[in-house]
Design a protein around this ligand. Structure first.
Ligand SMILES: Cc1cc2nc3c(=O)[nH]c(=O)nc-3n(C[C@H](O)[C@H](O)[C@H](O)COP(=O)(O)OP(=O)(O)OC[C@H]3O[C@@H](n4cnc5c(N)ncnc54)[C@H](O)[C@@H]3O)c2cc1C
Length: 467
């Protein structure tokens, strides 16, 4: 956040506006696409700018499922309590209330759009437990739930001619007007390196997570574009944050074979009966605790109790006994119900229906982020946030399946509210004064711009030079 930016705010030319739109959505993942559809259907002219291709996003990679209390014996109230418990009661309750209340509607919305959820023989939804849930309410599409959702949303966005999608376009700063309202963004064209000025009546940040910052040098499950860009630009523009220090380490990331390091092994395995066991074959933690508790237990088993298993390259992990699922459910269940994971290990001659997987926690999710209201608003007028870039819904620990849910619930709310608000706005004069002021303030308290780094970093340095 304190690094140098891509442009000099004192000399950058804002006279030429390259594009004007009602609603500008930054980020073409799940939250951005949900917002785009809803903003469009609320009557706004919508532009989506996205860093890679539409759908190159964490949403596409999600595995286990999406939560929603839509079955007998369950209720949004029970989902609300579970979510608060998972977050250690730090969550902003008004946001959890909206999340859990809207959940059955979000799942119906997705199904109506065409998402093929797993069903039982009688046609009702097949649901499973996630860690920390008192009812089976995770709806899935095999172990590729995110791909099922993202492809559907992406197709829907593509099918609407009036939603303009600009790919390989990374937002590198927000623009405010003379009254401090958000009024647009500066975009870097990653193919030409050129900067583009977009003026918008309302703006939605949907830039996702931060896994590629590799906090504490952990491997990550995240896609390459998860580099905290939205956090950086919103901070410089004066947004409020909550729980930004809180990151989620998913307990079951692969540590073997080396090519799979950091790869997520969905919680759905534990939901289906797999346990975590140490080198002695002993279970050392109840398998369906919330993620922070599971991860701590794995780290303790490996480093304090020294009961982990070493890999040939010197890494350490514990077993996730996927064969137990085939023992419980019948031979072939793992292959049929976890096809992605089955293939990812079969490539290295490991049949996970017969052999367990070696796992260790992996950097997975940003629990906190830009503070939002139940209407997905921020403290900066005309700036909205949805998805993993936002903070408060999950408190200090997110439960499995609640993120695919929040991108739909708050993506849709952001889209609708940003579209409605845009109808009342007359654009003002674009300005980068907030950025000049920000750097002056840093200087005045003795913090100099970090000259060796430029933020937002857009892509991690190990992918090579861009733009
Ligand atoms: C492997 C994996 C498995 C998961 N499984 C589950 C699960 O089963 N259930 C669940 O609930 N959650 C799961 N999650 C979490 C969940 O998928 C994500 O938190 C959620 O999908 C994030 O959606 P999003 O729209 O906020 O971000 P994303 O889907 O990541 O989209 C963000 C988009 O913004 C773009 N972007 C970033 N910076 C910029 C910029 N500067 N300018 C323009 N565009 C930018 C990115 O390229 C990307 O396209 C999983 C996550 C991972 C990584």
């Amino acid at each position: 956040m304190e690094a140098d930016g891509h442009i000099d705010p004192d000399t950058f030319d804002l006279q030429q506006i390259d594009l004007r739109t009602d609603v500008l959505i930054i980020g073409g993942g799940g939250a951005g696409s949900a917002a785009a559809l809803t903003a469009h259907h609320s009557g706004a002219k919508v532009t989506v700018v996205t860093k890679l291709r539409l759908g190159d996003a964490n949403t596409m990679m999600a595995e286990g499922g999406i939560q929603g209390a839509d079955k007998p014996g369950d209720s949004p109230a029970k989902h609300f309590i579970d979510t608060l418990g998972g977050g250690h009661f730090t969550n902003i309750k008004e946001l959890v209330a909206v999340l859990t209340h809207d959940a059955p509607l979000a799942i119906k919305w997705l199904e109506d759009l065409g998402v093929m959820f797993d069903k039982q023989d009688d046609g009702t939804m097949r649901t499973l437990h996630g860690g920390g849930t008192s009812r089976k309410r995770a709806h899935s599409a095999g172990d590729m739930s995110g791909a099922a959702i993202m492809r559907t949303l992406r197709d829907e966005v593509r099918n609407i001619e009036n939603i303009k999608v600009v790919e390989f376009a990374a937002a590198i700063e927000l623009l405010l007007d003379e009254n401090g309202n958000c009024a647009g963004a500066i975009i870097k064209n990653l193919e030409t390196g050129r900067f583009v000025v977009i003026q918008a009546k309302t703006i939605i940040i949907a830039t996702g997570g931060i896994g590629r910052l590799h906090i504490q040098d952990f491997a990550t499950t995240n896609h390459y574009g998860a580099t905290a860009d939205g956090i950086v630009i919103a901070y410089r523009a004066g947004a409020d944050f909550c729980f930004l220090d809180s990151t989620q380490f998913h307990p079951t990331g692969a540590v073997y074979p080396e090519q799979n390091i950091g790869l997520l092994i969905t919680e759905k395995f534990r939901g289906a009966g797999a346990q975590l066991v140490n080198i002695q074959g002993k279970q050392f933690v109840y398998p369906l605790e919330p993620r922070d508790i599971e991860s701590s237990a794995v780290i303790r088993e490996c480093h304090e109790r020294k009961l982990g298993i070493k890999t040939p390259t010197g890494r350490v992990g514990v077993w996730l006994d996927s064969p137990m699922v085939d023992i419980l459910e019948g031979t072939g269940f793992v292959e049929k119900n976890f096809p992605a994971k089955f293939r990812q290990f079969a490539k290295y001659d490991i049949d996970i229906g017969k052999k367990p997987m070696l796992i260790y926690p992996t950097l997975h999710y940003q629990n906190g982020g830009i503070r939002i209201t139940p209407d997905a608003e921020t403290r900066i007028p005309n700036l909205y946030v949805a998805g993993e870039a936002s903070g408060g819904i999950h408190g200090r620990n997110r439960l499995m399946g609640n993120s695919l849910l929040d991108i739909c619930v708050f993506g849709r709310r952001a889209g609708k509210n940003a579209a409605e608000k845009s109808k009342q706005i007359t654009p003002g004069k674009l300005s980068l004064n907030h950025l000049s002021q920000y750097y002056k303030q840093l200087h005045s308290i003795g913090i100099e711009k970090e000259k060796t780094a430029i933020a937002p970093i857009i892509l991690p340095d190990y992918v090579g030079k861009i733009g």
